[in-house]
Ligand binder design. Structure first.
Ligand SMILES: *Cc1c(COP(=O)(O)O)cnc(C)c1O
Length: 350
């Protein structure tokens, strides 16, 4: 079968008329704006926020376009990647009828968004080395499968998914393959962005929440062919990215050197933590990681989690997650934080 976006989009979404805001309808150089019922006097703040933000965030997209090498028509910006994930469900998946495929253990929001939208989730667990199980996946796809979520590097396992396997999905699946690259800045494996021109069914998600250090701003990016981006823009709330976020993100994207330094230090600290952890008798495996966290398998993960919590050090207990039995997910901290973590673990007596 040929890929056809028209066959994938829900009928109501194709038919609906998008909300047309005042700022959509006028884009010239007027000086008096009496069209949007804003407060014309100003804001009770030093910065003025009395005007609605640019609904398509063009200045910010131009900046992202230059950094990522993607034309602005191929960029969607959301209130975190989570907004793009939710919109993909609402555009492509008919509640009570369609389904999506995920590869556990993986990021929790895919399933949460599916449940919220009454979309069935089919699971094809990763292999024991946390890679795609292509044979099982092939048997899981049916006529109502609309989306497949690949998280690479994967959360919570930390590894990158083999690029060839992702391309097998892209070449053989007629729905959308969403590749979540939230941790791509830390990875040795390269982004799939150059493949966007090759695959009309590819959606890439990135975010400013991790390496860029801006989780509090809430800015997620989706890169895809223009027809997909146009649907995302049609369905989103008109002013989904506020003025402060747009301004601060433009400013932050100009400070790439500090981000690169933190990323480099994080990767070095990850190696150091791995060595130190493997010295501890109760640590069994430190899994390979292309991200800013490591998954660590140990004896009595739950007890160690509680021990660390009592000392004010919070890690993520993943021991009840498939393939992550007795495993904690540990974010790489500053060198000082990592040292304190190792000190605490060295004092653990069981
Ligand atoms: C942290 C994370 C995100 C980030 O989501 P935002 O909504 O952009 O903060 C996305 N995907 C994965 C796999 C993550 O771990």
């Amino acid at each position: 079968m040929e890929f056809s976006l028209d066959n994938l989009v829900r009928e109501n979404i194709k038919k609906m008329t998008a909300y047309s805001s005042a700022r959509h309808e006028y884009s010239g150089t007027a000086s008096i704006f009496l069209d949007a019922n804003e407060n014309s006097f100003g804001s009770p703040l030093t910065e003025n926020y009395n005007r609605y933000p640019d609904p398509l965030q063009l200045k910010l997209k131009e900046k992202i376009s230059r950094i990522k090498g993607v034309p602005f028509q191929n960029i969607f910006l959301g209130n975190g990647s989570d907004e793009a994930i939710d919109l993909l469900f609402r555009i492509f998946c008919q509640p009570g009828k369609d389904n999506v495929i995920i590869f556990p253990p993986t990021y929790g929001m895919y399933e949460v968004c599916a449940e919220m939208n009454d979309i069935a989730v089919k699971k094809a667990p990763l292999t024991s080395d946390f890679q795609l199980d292509l044979a099982t996946i092939e048997g899981t796809i049916d006529a109502n499968t609309k989306l497949i979520f690949v998280c690479s590097p994967n959360n919570p396992t930390g590894n990158s998914i083999n690029r060839n396997d992702i391309e097998v999905l892209l070449n053989n699946f007629d729905g959308l393959v969403i590749v979540d690259e939230a941790y791509i800045n830390y990875a040795k494996q390269k982004t799939l962005i150059p493949e966007l021109t090759e695959y009309p069914n590819l959606v890439i998600l990135q975010t400013l929440s991790k390496a860029w250090g801006l989780a509090g701003l809430r800015l997620g990016m989706a890169f895809a062919g223009q027809p997909i981006i146009d649907y995302l823009n049609k369905v989103k709330y008109p002013y989904n990215i506020n003025t402060a976020t747009q301004q601060l993100a433009i400013e932050a994207l100009g400070n790439i050197s500090s981000v690169n330094n933190w990323t480099k230090t994080t990767v070095e600290q990850k190696d150091w933590l791995k060595e130190e952890l493997l010295e501890l008798t109760f640590v069994e495996t430190v899994y390979p990681s292309d991200a800013n966290f490591i998954l660590v398998r140990m004896k009595d993960a739950k007890k160690i989690y509680s021990y660390l919590s009592a000392k004010g050090i919070i890690v993520r207990d993943r021991s009840s997650v498939i393939l992550c039995e007795n495993s904690l997910r540990i974010t790489i901290g500053t060198p000082e934080e990592n040292k304190q973590l190792i000190e605490a673990l060295k004092n653990y007596t069981g």
